[in-house]
Design a protein around this ligand. Structure first.
Ligand code: F6R
Length: 240
């Protein structure tokens, strides 16, 4: 992977937004892989600030993951988060932005449906990724196969604790999620992994310099021919 260390998350956001702008100028209906969580927000902010004069109406997008079992319209469902933080500020066409369907009634085939939709779109051009403190990407928790496709997973206690900040209490954080697999993520044509802060330093060092391991799902990025990793100094601090 190519590692870029920048001054702060704002600079990272500007850098990645610029790459996305170039992609969209070249290909107005580019397919973006969208991450949620705190990490990609500077990218979306920079893109929104930069988007005047840029036609984003044809852009297509696929979110990485979704919680299972939240009521429709719950403000912390990733469908709601993507609508609020990406679709609305960027003026994307809502019907072109897909999020895995975490509704219980359709969960049996939701994974296969999502894979089919990504394939029908011709695959993801640029996949934005964050990393969990336990090394997950998407919600592929430790133990995930590098060949895995979109499927239901159980969130680790660590991830539920990390994400409790978005809910009233940890008890409200769902136990399950539906996530693109590591195999799905690896099919994207360009991976852009971002990480900020000392809390991510160990996961980043293990992902980029440790052995390929299902126990450190982020290490899958080592297998990708075109992976860009954008870090602040704190997140880079445990790299050799
Ligand atoms: C979110 C996702 C997760 C997050 C990771 C880091 O769609 O797939 O892998 O990227 O949990 O979360 P933050 O950015 O909130 O630290």
């Amino acid at each position: 992977a190519e590692v870029v260390i920048v001054g702060d998350s704002g600079a990272a956001g500007a850098l990645v937004a610029e790459a996305i702008v170039s992609l969209i100028e070249e290909r107005p209906d580019a397919v973006l892989g969208l991450a949620t969580g705190s990490t990609p927000l500077p990218v979306y902010d920079a893109l929104a600030a930069r988007s005047q004069g840029l036609d984003l109406s044809q852009v297509r997008g696929f979110a990485l993951d979704e919680y299972v079992g939240l009521p429709a319209g719950h403000p912390e469902s990733y469908r709601s988060v993507i609508t609020r933080e990406v679709v609305e500020p960027l003026g994307l066409a809502p019907e072109r932005i897909r999020v895995p369907n975490g509704a219980a009634e359709t969960i049996q085939h939701a994974g296969a449906d999502y894979e089919a939709a990504i394939q029908a779109a011709g695959g993801v051009d640029l996949q934005i990724l964050g990393i969990g403190t336990d090394g997950h990407i998407g919600f592929n928790e430790p133990g995930s196969s590098f060949a895995s496709l979109t499927r239901v997973k159980t969130l680790t206690e660590q991830t539920r604790r990390d994400n409790a900040r978005f809910f009233d209490s940890i008890d409200d954080v769902p136990m399950h999620c539906i996530t693109q697999g590591l195999g799905t993520i690896l099919r994207a044509r360009h991976l852009v992994l971002l990480a900020f802060g000392a809390g991510k330093a160990a996961a980043i060092a293990a992902a980029l310099e440790g052995p390929l391991s299902a126990n450190l799902p982020g290490s899958a990025v080592q297998l990708h021919p075109r992976a860009t990793v954008v870090l602040d100094e704190a997140a880079a601090s445990e790299l050799q």
